[in-house]
Design a protein around this ligand. Structure first.
Ligand SMILES: C=C(O[C@@H]1C=C(C(=O)O)C=C[C@H]1O)C(=O)O
Length: 158
């Protein structure tokens, strides 16, 4: 792997894999996928963690939006699949627990990004390598591209 991209790809996959669990909870509790107040809270937390990790806080906004858009799209695809054949045996994990895990992963993501950017800007090979590593069920090629493109907008803090 190119330097310091390993943990970035691992944590990105972990965050997107959790979307199946989130969708399971929402299906059981008849909750909508999109929760805009929650997205605001996630974004605010990400800016604070970005600043603490040594990144320019606003520069992570497009990345966080792309991640949350990908996360919602993954959930919608699960819910569409379960419409005709419910995932009956699966026991839902509490949404509050899942959200704590998501916030913890975001913190790790921002730290990994800081480490990576200290070694230099993302090169085309880095993006290609990451693209091959991101393999989560129900993640579309377009959503993956948007997440990867937004990575290049992240800047070190001053
Ligand atoms: C993951 C969730 O679903 C959606 C995606 C979010 C995210 O990726 O952080 C946040 C809020 C929701 O719009 C959630 O509700 O926690």
């Amino acid at each position: 792997a190119p330097p310091s991209l390993d943990s970035l790809s691992t944590v990105l996959n972990q965050r997107m894999l959790l979307m199946k669990e989130v969708a399971t909870w929402k299906a059981e509790h008849h909750l909508p996928v999109e929760d805009l107040p929650r997205e605001q809270a996630v974004l605010k937390e990400a800016r604070e963690k970005a600043a603490a990790a040594g990144l320019a806080p606003q520069s992570v906004d497009p990345f966080m939006h792309a991640l949350m858009n990908a996360g919602k799209a993954i959930q919608y695809r699960y819910l569409a699949d379960w419409q005709s054949s419910p995932d009956g045996a699966h026991h839902a994990v509490d949404l509050a627990v899942l959200r704590q895990q998501i916030i913890a992963l975001d913190s790790q993501l921002l730290q990994a990004l800081h480490q990576r950017l200290q070694a230099g800007a993302f090169a085309d090979e880095d993006i290609m390598w990451l693209s091959a590593q991101l393999n989560v069920p129900n993640l579309s090629a377009e959503d993956k591209k948007a997440v990867l493109a937004s990575l290049r907008l992240i800047r070190l803090g001053t």
